[in-house]
Ligand binder design. Structure first.
Ligand code: E4P
Length: 219
C-alpha cells in the first residue's frame, strides 16, 4: 500500500519524506487556504521534496475552465496529479487530461456508482472519502470494499483506489486488508501509526539495562 499525506504544509511533508515511507501528497483547496500561501508556490515546494504523485485540485466547475486549470497545474512538475471533482464536467476533464498523459485524481467520491464512472473516464486515482461517510452514519469502509471488488472484475480498469478522509490508523489497516492501493492521511495519523505503548516501554527497558553494562557498540 502506498502512503500519501493529505496536507499543504511543507514542513510536515519534509518531516514525513525523511522517514522514507512517503509515496505522495494530496492537497485540496481547503488545505491550501489553511496554509495561507500561494497555491503555485506550495506545489513547487512539495514537488521539490516528493517525487511521487502530488495532487493539485482545480477550482473551476465547467469543463473548459477546468481543462485550462488542469493543464496549467500539470506544467508545474511531471508528478503533478490533477484533481477534479466527481461531476460530469470533472469526468469529461479527466478523460481529456488522461488522454494527454496527465495523471488525474477524481475526488469527492461517495458511491460505488461514481467510482465506476471515474474508472471509465480513465482516472489514475479515485478518492472515496471514508471519514466523511462515517461522519454521517454511513460505512466508509464498506464503500472501499465495494470499489475494490468492482475494479478487480475488469482488467481494463487501471484506476487505483486512494482511500481519503482518513481519521485514524485503523482506517489505514482496514483499507490495507481490502487491498486498496493508497491511503492518504493527515500527518498526525501517519505519525500515530508508528506508536504502540509496548514498543515505547520495551525500548525504555532495553536501554536502561544496556546502560548498566557500560558498553557502547561504536567503541
Ligand atoms: C483527499 O484528497 C482529501 O483532501 C481529504 O482526504 C479530505 O479529508 P477530510 O474529510 O478530513 O477533509
Amino acid at each position: 500500500m502506498k502512503f500519501f499525506v493529505d496536507t499543504a504544509e511543507i514542513k510536515e511533508i519534509e518531516a514525513l519524506a525523511a522517514t522514507g515511507l512517503l509515496d505522495g501528497v494530496t492537497t485540496n483547496p481547503s488545505l491550501v487556504a489553511k496554509s495561507g500561501r500561494k497555491f503555485m508556490d506550495v506545489l513547487k515546494d512539495i514537488c521539490a521534496v516528493v517525487k511521487g504523485p502530488v495532487s493539485a485540485e482545480v477550482t473551476a466547475t465547467d469543463h473548459k475552465a477546468m481543462l485550462a486549470e488542469g493543464r496549467k497545474l500539470a506544467k508545474v512538475a511531471d508528478n503533478i496529479t490533477v484533481k477534479v471533482p466527481l461531476t460530469p464536467d470533472g469526468l469529461k476533464t479527466c478523460k481529456v487530461l488522461s488522454s494527454e498523459g496527465t495523471m488525474v485524481n477524481v475526488t469527492l467520491c461517495f458511491s460505488a456508482a461514481q467510482a465506476i464512472l471515474a474508472a471509465k473516464a480513465g482516472a489514475s486515482f479515485i478518492s472515496p472519502f471514508v471519514g466523511r461517510l462515517d461522519d454521517v452514519g454511513s460505512d466508509g469502509m464498506a464503500l472501499i470494499a465495494d470499489i475494490c471488488t468492482i475494479y478487480r472484475q475488469y482488467e481494463s480498469f487501471k484506476t487505483e483506489v486512494l482511500v481519503a478522509s482518513i481519521r485514524g490508523p485503523m482506517h489505514v489497516v482496514a483499507a490495507a486488508k481490502l487491498g486498496a492501493h493508497v491511503s492518504t492521511m493527515p500527518p498526525s495519523v501517519l505519525w500515530q501509526m508508528f506508536k504502540h505503548p509496548l514498543t515505547e516501554n520495551g525500548l525504555a527497558a532495553f536501554l536502561a539495562d544496556w546502560k548498566k553494562t557500560g558498553q557502547s557498540i561504536l567503541d
